[in-house]
Write a protein that binds this ligand. Structure first.
Ligand code: NAP
Ligand code: MG
Length: 399
């Protein structure tokens, strides 16, 4: 069989620990036998981030901007323990944070559903896509501790002059204070990314915030979404027979739980962080969640939503074979290959990405899976719990 040819490289961002091994196996077992794989390789493993003083992370994000499609392996975000373990000269920042700051945009996370793995909420028969704003709010905050008797004030300076707003008077007790921000440009690109994704996938879009309490901050998000919808998307949504609406976050949570799924749920940065873990777990497993960052200028970065699975990696280092679930990382690759195929007009590459996903689902539905899924499986097939590499080989035989 002749291998599928590519014309433009995919930006490949390698990572750490168990997922770094899975990364190599996926390429060897599932992709390279079928595709003449073309990538521009960046090693974001912690050893190389240290060696390059984290320049490699910045270079990889700029390459993603140049080529438009990237695929990223999970990476270690160093803490004090990692600084010691890897003998780091600095506690390097989260690579995801650095990449998101350069690309801007929205992270879309969708559960990968298979027969036999039943959501904890049985009415959820269709995936719920979380669209998480990837800029600002609590993730770019400043905060402080104020002693008893102190005061906290907010000072605003712009062309209208200087205003001072008292945040709190700590005369009765010491306490905490936080300042955070967002910007119209980023909120607007978040809104457009959500509207475009809804049109592409033909799904309803819900956006929820807390504008009844936050009458300027959250209200600004609501207004920007409404304005862009009315001016740019309303007709397209009507033609596509899909719906957009805004509701309060409490109402959204209650309605999501009662729903059958199938919608895109747009969330502010913090809400998206928390709700995507809740949604992923309710659908079965963190390892069954796909994730893509869509930037306002049309760049795509695909990744798995979980981490480097350190606990399994330490077992592997002791010589134990592990049954770590590679599905989310496979979907990162299939997502990137499909998008590359779409942008370059290579139908075979798009078809291969579809086949890879179908073969993955079929393998699980036939009863062959990793340990995390075996523990959840409620289907009627005999369950075969496989080691990671054997699971990948079984998928390859199904392609
Ligand atoms: P994690 O790697 O997601 O793993 C947490 C636990 O979830 C695992 O111990 C395992 O449970 C289960 N799990 C996650 N992915 C799995 C998979 N593919 N197959 C089977 N089980 C899976 O989170 P963590 O241990 O908190 O973090 C480890 C490292 O990853 C940290 O250094 C963190 O900085 C980094 N991290 C990176 C990203 C990213 O790059 N996107 C995201 C989050 C964390 P059991 O042990 O019970 O089997
Ligand atoms: Mg989270």
């Amino acid at each position: 069989m002749e291998k599928i040819k590519m014309s433009t490289p995919i930006v490949e961002m390698d990572g750490d620990e168990m997922t770094r091994l899975i990364w190599k196996w996926i390429k060897e077992i599932l992709i390279e036998p079928f595709v003449d794989l073309k990538t521009e390789y960046y090693d974001l493993g912690l050893v190389n981030r240290e060696k390059t003083k984290d320049q490699v992370t910045i270079d990889s994000a700029n390459a993603a901007k140049k080529y438009g499609v990237a695929v990223k392996c999970a990476t270690i975000t160093p803490n004090a323990q990692r600084v010691e373990e890897y003998n780091l000269s600095k506690m390097w920042k989260s690579p995801n944070g650095t990449i998101r700051a350069i690309l801007d945009g929205t992270v879309f996370r969708a559960p990968i559903m298979v027969d036999g793995i039943v959501p904890y909420i049985p009415t959820w028969t269709q995936p719920i896509v979380i669209a998480r704003h990837a800029y600002g709010d609590i993730y770019k905050n400043v905060e402080g501790y104020v002693k008893k008797g102190g005061k906290a004030k907010l000072v605003l300076e712009d062309e209208d002059g200087t205003r001072e707003i008292e945040v709190f008077d700590y005369s009765k007790s010491a306490g905490v204070v936080m300042g955070m921000h967002n910007v119209d440009a980023s909120i607007s690109s978040f809104a457009r990314a959500c509207f475009n994704y809804a049109l592409d996938s033909k799904k309803d879009l819900w956006f929820a915030a807390k504008d009844t309490i936050s009458k300027i901050y959250d209200h600004r998000f609501k207004d920007i979404f409404n304005e862009i919808y009315e001016n740019e998307y309303k007709t397209k949504f009507e033609e596509a027979k899909i719906e957009y609406f805004y509701t309060l976050i409490d109402d959204a949570v209650a309605r999501i739980v009662r729903s059958n799924g199938g919608m895109i749920w747009a969330c502010k940065n913090y809400d998206g962080d928390v709700m995507s873990d809740m949604v992923a777990t309710a659908f079965g497993s963190l390892a069954m969640m796909s994730s893509v960052l869509v930037s306002p200028d049309g760049n795509y970065e695909y990744e798995a939503a979980h981490g480097t699975v350190t606990r399994h990696y330490y077992k592997y280092l002791k010589g134990e074979a592990t049954s770590t679930n590679p599905v989310a990382t496979i979907y990162a690759w299939s997502g990137a290959l499909r998008k590359r195929g779409q942008l370059d007009g290579i139908v075979e590459l798009q078809e291969f990405a579809n086949k890879l996903e179908k073969a993955t689902i079929k393998t699980i539905e036939d009863g062959y899976m990793t340990g995390d899924l075996a523990a959840l499986y409620k289907g009627d097939k005999e369950v075969h719990k496989l080691l990671t590499e054997d699971f990948l080989k079984k998928i390859a035989s199904n392609i």
